[in-house]
Design a protein around this ligand. Structure first.
Ligand SMILES: [Zn+2]
Length: 464
C-alpha cells in the first residue's frame, strides 16, 4: 500500500491524500489551498496524479479546504463516484457554487483591471465556474453515518460523526491489497466538546494506518466560559443603548451555532422582543440544510427537536434573502441582532451593515470567528479608526467586542483524548492538517505514547 500526501501536509489547507493498493486508488478529500502567496498558482497547478486513474473519491466534510478542488478534478478527467454523507452533499453544493461564483468574479475583476491599463487580458479565466461546480455535484453518492458501504472491487468505507460541522465524518476504510485487507482511518477535522448542535467526535477502534488532523495540536483553548452568557451580555447592553448588534459570521456552521444559543436565550425568556436577522443568502440556505438533518444533531439537540422544539427556530428570527428586505433592516432604527456574512467582512452584505452601524456609538460589532491579517474584520478588531468600506471612510464609534472560542476544531486536549480513545497505537500515524508547529507538537505528544508517528510533507509518499 502506498499513501501520498498532496495537500494539508505541513500546512492546514488543501486537504488531499491518495491511498493506493493493488486493488485501486482512493483519493481522500480534494481541497482548495487557502492563504499564502502561492495559493493561486498551486490551485491552478495540474494534479500530481492522473485524475482519470482515481477509482473512488471520499470526502470527509464540506469545508472548501477539503472540497474546493473537486470541480478541477472533474475537469482533469475524473468521472467516478464521490462518497460523502447526505448533509455534506447538501452543504458542499452551497459552498462549491459560491466558490465558483467568487472565481468568476475574481476573473471578471482582473480582466477589467488589465484592460483599464491597456493590457492583454485574453489569458484570464476563472479557476472554475458555478457551472463546473454544479457538474461535479452529479458524481456524489450519499452514504449514511455508521453504515459500511462496499466500494466496487476495492473494499469498503464507513463514515462516523466527527462533530466538526454538520455531516462531517471520520472516514474508515478497509481496502483490499493482494490477499490482505488494510485498515486505514482518516480523522477528517475533529469537532469540539460543548458545541450546541453537534456531538463530540465519535470513537473508533485503532486502525493499522491513521491520518490525523492537528490544527490545534499545540494549543488548548480557554475553558468554555459560557459563550451563551457572553453573547447575552453583548446583546442586552446594546439593546439597552438602543443600538444594533452586527455579527460578521461564516455562513456555514458558525451562524447556526450562534442561532442555537440565541434560541436558548429567547426560549428561556431572557431575551424578549429583539428581532434577529440572518442576512446572507448563503447562511439562510445553510440553515435550511441544518434543519433538514436533525438526526445528526447531538443527543441534547435531538431531544429538544423530538419534543417539538427546533433548535434553530424561535420567535423574532427572520431569515432574509431578498435585497429589499436587507435594505429595510438598515432603514429601521429598532434595536436588533444582525448576523451576516462574510465572516471576515471581506465581502457580502455585512459590509453594508457595517457602513450603517460602525459610526453609531449605540451599536456593537461583535466578532465570533478568526479574522485573517489584513481583512477588514481584523482591521476593525485591532481598534483602527477610521476604516475604509467600499471606498468610503468611516469613524469607528460603535463598540467592538469579541467572543473567542467558537472554533469547530478540537483543541490539543480534545485531539489527544480522541487518540487515546482508539485504545492502542495504530501501526503508523500520519499527522496532517496543521501548521508545522502544531503538527510537530501533536506528533511529539503521540510519540510519548510510543506511537510510530510521521509528519509528512507535501508531495511525499510512503510505502506501507
Ligand atoms: Zn473543516
Amino acid at each position: 500500500m502506498k499513501i501520498s500526501f498532496h495537500g494539508a501536509a505541513g500546512e492546514v489547507t488543501g486537504s488531499c491524500h491518495l491511498v493506493e493498493t493493488t486493488a485501486g486508488r482512493i483519493l481522500l478529500d480534494c481541497g482548495l489551498i487557502q492563504g499564502g502567496k502561492e495559493r493561486h498558482e498551486r490551485n491552478r497547478a495540474p494534479f500530481e496524479f492522473v485524475a482519470a486513474d482515481i477509482d473512488v473519491v471520499v470526502l470527509s466534510h464540506a469545508h472548501i479546504d477539503h472540497s474546493g478542488r473537486l470541480p478541477l478534478l472533474r475537469k482533469a478527467g475524473y468521472r467516478g463516484p464521490i462518497y460523502a454523507t447526505p448533509a455534506t452533499i447538501d452543504l458542499v453544493r452551497i459552498l462549491l457554487v459560491d466558490s465558483g461564483h467568487i472565481h468568476e468574479e475574481d476573473a471578471r475583476w482582473t480582466i477589467k483591471r488589465l484592460r483599464k491599463k491597456g493590457k492583454d487580458a485574453s489569458h484570464i479565466t476563472p479557476l472554475y465556474t458555478q457551472a463546473d461546480a454544479l457538474a461535479v455535484m452529479e458524481q456524489f453518492v450519499p452514504v449514511d453515518f455508521n453504515d459500511w458501504v462496499r466500494l466496487d472491487g476495492l473494499g469498503r468505507v464507513r463514515f462516523v460523526a466527527a462533530g466538526h460541522i454538520l455531516g462531517a465524518a471520520i472516514v474508515e476504510l478497509e481496502i483490499e491489497d493482494g490477499d490482505a485487507c488494510r485498515h486505514v482511518t482518516f480523522s477528517g477535522d475533529l469537532g469540539v466538546e460543548g458545541a450546541r448542535l453537534l456531538s463530540r467526535p465519535a470513537q473508533v477502534e485503532s486502525p493499522e494506518v491513521l491520518l490525523m488532523e492537528s490544527t490545534y495540536g499545540d494549543r488548548d483553548r480557554d475553558e468554555e466560559d459560557d459563550r451563551t452568557e457572553a453573547l447575552f451580555k453583548v446583546v442586552r447592553d446594546t439593546v439597552e443603548r438602543g443600538g444594533k448588534v452586527v455579527i460578521p459570521s461564516f455562513a456555514v456552521g458558525r451562524t447556526q451555532e450562534i442561532l442555537a444559543r440565541l434560541n436558548d436565550l429567547v426560549e428561556s425568556g431572557r431575551l424578549r422582543g429583539v428581532p434577529v436577522f440572518v442576512d446572507s443568502p448563503m447562511a439562510v440556505e445553510a440553515t435550511a440544510v441544518f434543519t433538514r438533518f436533525p438526526d445528526v444533531y447531538s443527543k441534547d439537540a435531538r431531544r429538544k427537536y423530538c419534543s417539538g422544539d427546533a433548535p434553530l427556530e424561535f420567535d423574532g428570527l427572520r431569515l432574509v434573502t431578498k435585497v429589499q428586505e436587507s435594505k429595510a433592516i438598515n432603514a429601521s432604527r429598532m434595536p436588533s441582532v444582525i448576523i451576516s456574512a462574510s465572516g471576515m467582512c471581506t465581502a457580502g452584505r455585512v459590509k453594508h451593515h457595517l457602513k450603517n452601524e460602525i459610526s453609531n456609538a449605540r451599536s456593537t460589532i461583535l466578532f465570533v470567528g478568526y479574522q485573517a491579517r489584513g481583512s477588514l474584520g481584523q482591521i476593525i478588531q485591532s481598534g483602527v479608526s477610521p476604516v475604509r468600506i467600499h471606498g468610503e471612510w468611516f469613524d469607528v464609534r460603535a463598540r467592538v467586542e469579541q467572543i473567542p472560542g467558537f472554533s469547530a476544531h478540537a483543541d490539543r486536549t480534545g485531539l489527544i483524548e480522541w487518540y487515546d480513545g482508539l485504545g492502542g497505537n495504530p501501526d503508523h500515524t500520519f499527522v496532517v492538517h496543521g501548521d508545522p508547529e502544531a503538527a510537530a507538537a501533536l506528533a511529539a505528544t503521540l510519540r510519548q505514547r510510543e506511537a510510530n508517528v510521521i509528519v509528512p510533507q507535501r508531495g511525499e509518499s510512503y510505502e506501507i
